[in-house]
Design a protein around this ligand. Structure first.
Ligand code: ZN
Length: 206
């Protein structure tokens, strides 16, 4: 799956051609480009990103990233598994939060010429603002948001309009709906909602 880029002012179009990332050789690496990468890495760490994301998204060394991580958070990064599953995005509350985030991300994609990693950071900040305005707790972590975009680019998930309200929602790519109805228009039973909410909150720890 294609990674994001924080290596230049223009985003490479990974989604259409799936081409490999060409890493800058040390001799060609400019101070400004490196400073941009450090800035992006610090922002991602502040937003709670896992170290593995930073290793994929920047050409900074693992030692450098570890130092940055400890400096920003004051602790060592988690060594647990990354959340690779697409199923989490299908549960009730995570699906609504993920869909909100993806709507913001795609709006910026169309209207703001940002490199992909910066777009991810900006979209995630806007998502947090929206959630704060509605008085809710954020359910989608930056790591999950990053996976969401990757799953979408890889064709594992898609963003489809609800036939009842017209809003777009994240669904599995293999799910065939003639008349897709979203989780807001057709919420689950109360018991299911409570269980899914606690699951969603637990996932923020990841
Ligand atoms: Zn709906």
């Amino acid at each position: 799956m294609p990674p994001f880029s924080c290596r230049g002012s223009r985003p490479p179009n990974f989604a259409s051609d799936g081409g490999p990332v060409v890493k800058a050789t040390p001799a060609k690496k400019s101070v400004i480009a490196e400073a941009q990468q450090i800035r992006c890495a610090v922002e991602m760490i502040e937003l709670g990103a896992r170290l593995q994301l930073l290793q994929e998204e920047t050409s900074l060394s693992r030692e450098r990233l570890l130092k940055l991580f400890k400096e920003v958070t004051g602790k060592s990064p988690s060594k647990g598994m990354l959340p690779y599953s697409t199923d989490w995005f299908m549960t009730w509350q995570p699906n609504i939060h993920s869909s909100l985030f993806l709507g913001i991300y795609q709006f910026l994609e169309k209207n703001a010429p940002l490199p992909r990693l910066e777009r991810l950071i900006k979209s995630y900040r806007l998502y947090l603002e929206q959630i704060a305005v509605s008085g809710e707790e954020a359910v989608l972590s930056i790591t999950r948001a990053w996976f969401l975009i990757r799953f979408l680019d890889a064709g594992m998930l898609q963003f489809k309009p609800c036939t009842a309200c017209g809003g777009h929602f994240v669904i599995h790519a293999q799910d065939l709906y003639d008349e897709f109805v979203c989780g807001i228009c057709r919420p689950p039973s109360r018991a299911g909602k409570t269980r899914k909410t606690s699951l969603a909150q637990a996932s923020l720890e990841i």
